[in-house]
Design a protein around this ligand. Structure first.
Ligand code: GLU
Length: 485
């Protein structure tokens, strides 16, 4: 049997991380087994259609390296791969079910349905379509069709008994038909199939062997199986995935800005780290290994290691992964990636980005945090004199005032402003003075950065700021200390 998996997103505008994880697993299952991964766009719900949304799907998957073997833009043997372009092929299948008694025409109007729904609700029941139109005679149906009466086609679902199937993650599932079955619409008034119908027809016609989708479909699967059986078609293997959660009780949400792929890319997460981490939300390799390239995942992915419990998408854990990925980047790649983030805080400031990048690479957890970390180089922050109090360094504002008075003329005298010169000159002045290094370097760094912690120490920062700015900041800080004395 050839493994054929498919990702079947509805183009709603953004790529949800849960959806991306589904796509990833579908892709991995196909690759691992030498099969095919298919992309199908499910856009039959025209009301939900969002302009440009299909492109977001293509771009996101390609960006992540999740490449499809058949799909809308590249074709394949079973196209078209966009459901709205397949519109005309569904009706004949629905009619076939009408012929065999598994489906029927329904002419009830929205108003009639609303009335019956309200009546049911008034009785405290949830409304299910009551098979009203199933009672129409052949002649009545023919008459209405001939008159062009709008209709839908509904599934003639069983009302009693149970339906069972096997899910590769959740095991054997059994549902009472009275709960899960209803006479759902297969073909809508506009002639479009519903998702419930189209997914079955398309998965069959596209020879899909494994269907991976969210666990919200667990209880609707019996209806799909009813359709497969009605046609006499083979039912695919099912792999339902637990929901991706932010924590035990919260879903990832648009409002919290943690639901979409683009949220994370905009914040400065690396797609490689995101994919690596996402693979582990709901799956484990069976050993301690945590770092995987996509290629490595293609080799080790195994459905039997998918989890039944909800996958917790822990942003701190992702951030940790991200920091590790950033640390491992070749320096030139890091420099190129960090440059636009430096620009956000430092554009036009004539700062040696290469040197700054050397200081920043091991400290960068997420690129989006970089501008705030380096902004002090563009603008001296307001700071509290309390920063000069440091027990370990044995400093306080008085010590700081003395130390700065010591180094000011020394720095002033440096002609060629480079890190070695700054280092050597300041260190020999400290040695001569008999002071402890920390008692001078700690206050100096604060005096020119205004921060308790910085990428790099006093020498690096003085170098990055340049001589004029270093002296200007030093003078301001010395004045601040004098005013306090
Ligand atoms: N279009 C459906 C969705 O986005 C696909 C579900 C499935 O994979 O069948 O939820």
């Amino acid at each position: 049997m050839e493994f054929r998996t498919r990702f079947a997103p509805s183009p709603t505008g953004f790529m949800h991380l849960g959806g991306l994880r589904t796509a990833l697993y579908e892709y991995l299952l196909a690759r691992k087994n030498g099969g095919k991964f298919i992309l199908r766009i499910e856009d039959t719900d025209q009301e939900r259609f969002v302009e440009g949304a299909t492109q977001v799907i293509y771009d996101t998957l390609r960006d992540c390296g999740i490449n499809w073997d058949e799909g809308p833009d590249i074709g394949g043997d079973y196209g078209p791969y966009i459901q709205s372009e397949r519109k005309d092929l569904y009706l004949p299948y629905a009619k076939q079910l009408v012929e065999s008694g598994h489906a029927y025409y329904c002419f009830c109007t929205k108003e009639e349905l609303d009335q019956r729904r309200q009546a049911a609700e008034a009785r405290g029941e949830t409304f299910k379509y009551d098979k009203h139109c199933l009672r129409l005679s052949k002649e009545e149906i023919a008459e209405k069709l001939a008159a062009g009466t709008p209709y839908v086609i509904r599934m003639n679902a069983p009302t009693e008994g149970t339906s069972s199937y096997h899910d590769m993650v959740f095991g054997d599932m059994t549902f009472p038909n009275s709960d899960t079955m209803d006479d759902m619409v297969l073909i809508k008034q506009d002639g479009m199939p519903t998702y419930n119908f189209a997914n079955v027809i398309d998965d069959h016609l596209m020879h899909i062997s494994h269907v991976i989708r969210g666990m919200e479909y667990l209880s609707s699967t019996p209806r799909y199986n009813f359709l497969y059986n009605a046609f006499g078609w083979e039912i695919p293997q099912y792999i339902h995935l637990p929901t991706v959660m932010r924590d035990a009780t919260h879903k990832l949400s648009k409002r919290d800005g943690d639901a979409y792929y683009s949220d994370f890319i905009e914040k400065g997460y690396l797609k490689e780290a995101l994919i690596n981490y996402l693979a582990l939300v709901g799956w484990n390799p069976g050993d301690e290994r945590e770092f995987f390239t996509l290629g490595e995942l293609e080799e080790v992915f195994d459905v039997s290691r998918l989890n039944k419990s909800p996958g917790i998408f822990d942003i701190d854990k992702l951030t940790w992964f991200n920091a590790e990925y950033i640390r491992k980047l070749p320096f030139d790649a890091y420099l190129e990636m960090v440059t636009p983030w430096f620009d956000k805080a430092l554009a036009g400031k004539n700062i040696d980005y290469k040197r700054l990048a050397e200081l920043m690479q091991s400290r960068t957890e997420v690129f989006g945090r970089v501008p705030d970390m380096v902004r002090f180089l563009a603008e001296m922050p307001e700071y509290d004199l309390d920063l000069y109090n440091n027990k370990k360094m044995k400093t306080n504002p008085e010590v700081a005032a003395e130390s700065l008075a010591l180094v000011r003329p020394v720095l002033e005298g440096i002609g060629d402003w480079n890190e070695t010169a700054i280092h050597d000159t300041v260190m020999s002045a400290i040695a001569e003075s008999g002071k402890k290094n920390g008692a001078v370097l700690w206050p100096l760094r604060i005096a020119i950065s205004g921060l308790a912690s910085t990428p790099g120490g006093a020498f690096e920062i003085a170098y990055l700021l340049g001589k004029n700015e270093t002296m200007r900041r030093l003078d301001l800080s010395m004045e601040k200390l004098r005013n306090n004395a």
